[in-house]
Design a binder for this molecule. Structure first.
Ligand code: FAD
Ligand code: UDP
Length: 370
């Protein structure tokens, strides 16, 4: 008999299991996949750590989260600086002086500010949708070349029908700073995320290819308490309906050359290119393998945004009113399950970044592991 059965070996499950073991509890971790690490799973192919479920860049303002992950991995100095490709023209992201210089030929911050000011005048009053918000942030030229097509591909809807807040978090800088995130700490674990999660799970029994919901009765008998990090609606057999997700599809390709695009991420911001971006995984670790040698091949992933349907891999929770309401109903059911703790991105139906999911698991541990 274990103290805890942890369902899911993603970051939430791994952090919980690690802390429970440290507190002297016995723990069994299961996962329905053939591998640990959930969506941060990296698979090593051609000595490249391939981010199988999408590019993951660790970034945080929390010293607690940063110190925590550094217990399990050495982080490199990777800084996310995506490049935008609009019909073969390249621009720096996020929007900064390099972008404005390329777009308009302006040289000083004053000139750039004046251009933006001139173009944002067409929007009067509070922006009512993403298009108006974007134009009022950076003007029409940047909206047309770097925002409109990308956003419509990503969300499958017209920019006039999307809420303004989606774009509000994108930085606009009158400096030459290509760092995409405004975070104090940023990096990629050397050797890949899978190794970091392996270190979290050291000394803990893990059973893969084990679906909790298909063997619930049996598995429940093995432990006093269950920590469930799978989809909350699946736990209740979708009895109140299905929560929706946004999905992404990846097409991976190994190329027999050392360098495809010279950067980890290139966004294709025109409407015609069917993919939203291409990730070239080796550049998360500066093109070198774990021994520090240059890697002769490269692996790229084309990323396509797609409508989610039941049965697809759930990626991003859709935090609209309809789904929020349904989640609240499931949450009320979850609170009645005394033996079960629901946690993580799927268990709480919440868009968590990695640092947030780690902090949330640590909070839970502080609350219940005495
Ligand atoms: P998951 O990693 O999804 O783990 C849940 C686990 O439970 C899975 O392994 C699953 O197989 C298992 N499971 C589910 N049901 C069952 C069952 N019935 N039986 C057994 N096992 C089950 N965050 C960042 O900070 N930076 C980024 O750059 C970033 N990029 C992202 C890109 C994409 C495309 C996506 C989708 C997310 C990104 N995130 C990023 C968020 C990050 O992936 C999450 O914060 C984190 O992975 C959540 O961990 P989790 O443990 O809650 O969930
Ligand atoms: N965005 C854009 N062009 C880009 C990058 C982002 O228009 O090259 C917009 C787009 O609407 C996207 C939003 O900014 O949904 C937020 O981008 P971010 O990269 O933060 O979101 P993610 O891709 O991680 O969902």
């Amino acid at each position: 008999m274990y103290d805890y059965l942890v369902v899911g070996s993603g970051l939430y499950g791994a952090v919980f299991a690690h802390e429970a073991k440290k507190a002297g509890k016995s723990v069994l971790v299961i996962d329905k996949r053939a591998n640990i690490a959930g969506n941060v799973y990296t698979e090593t192919i051609e000595k490249i750590h391939v981010h199988k479920y999408g590019a993951h860049i660790f970034h945080t303002n929390s010293k607690k989260a940063w110190d925590y992950v550094n217990e399990f991995a050495v982080f490199n100095r990777f800084t996310n600086s995506p490049v935008a490709n609009y019909k073969g023209e390249l621009f720096s992201l996020p929007f900064n002086m390099y972008t404005f210089n390329k777009m308009w030929g302006v040289v000083t911050p004053e000139e750039a500010a004046a251009r933006i000011e001139e173009q944002r005048r067409e929007i009067t009053g509070e922006p009512r949708n993403l298009e108006e918000q974007a134009i009022s942030l950076v003007g029409r030229d940047i909206y047309e070349k770097l925002i409109k097509g990308y956003t419509e591909k990503q969300w499958g809807r017209d920019c006039k029908e999307l809420p303004a807040f989606i774009i509000k978090r994108l930085p606009v800088r009158l400096t030459f700073d290509n760092n995409y995130f405004n975070a104090l700490y940023q990096g990629i674990p050397v050797g890949g995320y899978t190794k970091m999660v392996e270190n979290m799970l050291e000394g803990i029994e893990v059973r893969l290819n084990t679906d909790y919901l298909k063997n619930k009765e049996e598995l429940d008998k093995l432990a006093d308490k269950v920590v469930y990090t799978g989809p909350i609606d699946a736990y209740f057999d979708f009895s109140l309906g299905t929560l929706e997700y946004r999905s992404v599809r990846f097409e991976n390709e190994t190329l027999d050359k050392p360098n495809f695009q010279g950067n980890a991420a290139v966004n294709y911001t025109d409407r015609e290119t069917p993919w939203t971006r291409i990730i070239e995984h080796k550049w998360f670790e500066f093109g070198r393998d774990d021994e520090g040698n240059d890697i002769p091949k490269t692996i790229i992933s084309r990323e396509y945004s797609s409508e989610w349907k039941p049965g697809d891999e759930p990626y991003y929770p859709v935090n609209d009113e309809k789904n929020g309401k349904l989640y609240e109903e499931y949450k009320a059911l979850a609170e009645k399950e005394e033996k079960v703790i629901f946690g993580g991105r799927l268990g709480e139906y919440k868009y968590y970044d990695m640092d947030a999911v780690i902090l949330s698991a640590l909070d839970k541990c502080e609350e219940i592991l005495k």
